[in-house]
Write a protein that binds this ligand. Structure first.
Ligand code: F6R
Length: 246
C-alpha cells in the first residue's frame, strides 16, 4: 500500500481527482466505485471543474456507490442518492443508465444486495474504487469485524458511526442498518484509492498502515492489495511514525 502525503485537503483532493481523470482518459468506459461523506467532496469538485473547463467526459463510465442507508427513499435529503446527484452525478455527463446506488427501500434488502453484486460482476469488475475511512477504520459501511471475504450485504451500523453521521438526520437519529458493498468486492477492484483528511482520521490511518492486516481494522485489508494507494493530507498522516509508508 503506497501513501502520498499532501500539504492540505485541497492538494490531496486535486491529486486524487488527477488519478481518476487519468484513468478515465486511458479507458473511457472505466467502472468506478465511489464513496459519499465529507472527504471526497473536494475530489468531486475538482472532477466537475475538469468536466466544465476542459471537457473531461464521464459519459461512457459506469458508477457504483459503496453504500446506502436502509429505509431512506432515493429523494430523502440524507440519502446517498441525493448526495451523489447534488455533488457529482448531477453535475457531470454521467449516463443515468450506468449509475448504480443500492436501493435502501428495496422490499427485500438481501435480494437487493445480491442484485447489486451481480450488476457489479456483470460489468467485468471495478477498475477504480475510491474510499474514505471511518474513525474506526471502516471502509464503505464495513465496520470493524467485517469479514474480508464478505460481499454486498445488509449491515448494522456501529454506534460510533451513527453518532458521527447523526447530524444529517432529524432528531439526530441515523438509520441502524445499511447496504454496503463487501470487503471482497472492494478488494477485487483493480485499483483502490483511500482518501483521508484531518487529525480525526490519523489514528485509523496509522492502524490501517502500520498494524497487521486484521478484520478489526477493515482498511488494513488493503495492505495486501496489489494496487492500493492512500491519499492523505498532513493531518491524516500525522499518526504515521515513518511519514511515508511504502
Ligand atoms: C460513505 C462511506 C464511508 C465514509 C467514511 C468517511 O459512502 O463509504 O466509509 O467514506 O465514513 O466519511 P467522511 O468522509 O464523511 O469522514
Amino acid at each position: 500500500m503506497r501513501a502520498g502525503v499532501f500539504p492540505d485537503y485541497e492538494a490531496m483532493s486535486a491529486a486524487a481527482a488527477d488519478v481518476v481523470a487519468r484513468r478515465l482518459g486511458e479507458e473511457h468506459s472505466s467502472v468506478l466505485m465511489l464513496p459519499t461523506g465529507i472527504t471526497p467532496l473536494g475530489m468531486y469538485r475538482q472532477l466537475v471543474e475538469m468536466h466544465n473547463s476542459r471537457g473531461l467526459s464521464f459519459a461512457d463510465a459506469t458508477f457504483f456507490n459503496l453504500d446506502e442507508y436502509i429505509g431512506l427513499a432515493p429523494d430523502h435529503r440524507a440519502s446517498y442518492h441525493v448526495y451523489m446527484k447534488e455533488n457529482f452525478y448531477g453535475l457531470i455527463d454521467a449516463d443515468p443508465a450506468r449509475v448504480f446506488v443500492p436501493d435502501g427501500t428495496a422490499p427485500d434488502p438481501e435480494a437487493e444486495c445480491e442484485r447489486y453484486e451481480a450488476v457489479i460482476r456483470g460489468t467485468g469488475g471495478v477498475d477504480v474504487c475510491v474510499l474514505g475511512i471511518g474513525r474506526n477504520g471502516h471502509i464503505g459501511f464495513n465496520e470493524p469485524g467485517a469479514p474480508f471475504d464478505s460481499r454486498t450485504r445488509v449491515v448494522e451500523l456501529s454506534e460510533s458511526t451513527r453518532k458521527v453521521n447523526a447530524a444529517d438526520f432529524e432528531a439526530d437519529r441515523a438509520p441502524e442498518r445499511a447496504i454496503t458493498v463487501g470487503m471482497a468486492t472492494i478488494f477485487e477492484a483493480r485499483e483502490v484509492m483511500l482518501l483521508a483528511s484531518g487529525t480525526n482520521k490519523a489514528g485509523a490511518v496509522a492502524a490501517a498502515v502500520e498494524g497487521d492486516a486484521s478484520e478489526s481494522v477493515p482498511a488494513s485489508m488493503l495492505k495486501s492489495h496489489p494496487h492500493a494507494s492512500l491519499f492523505l493530507d498532513e493531518d491524516a498522516a500525522s499518526g504515521l511514525g515513518r511519514g511515508i509508508a511504502g
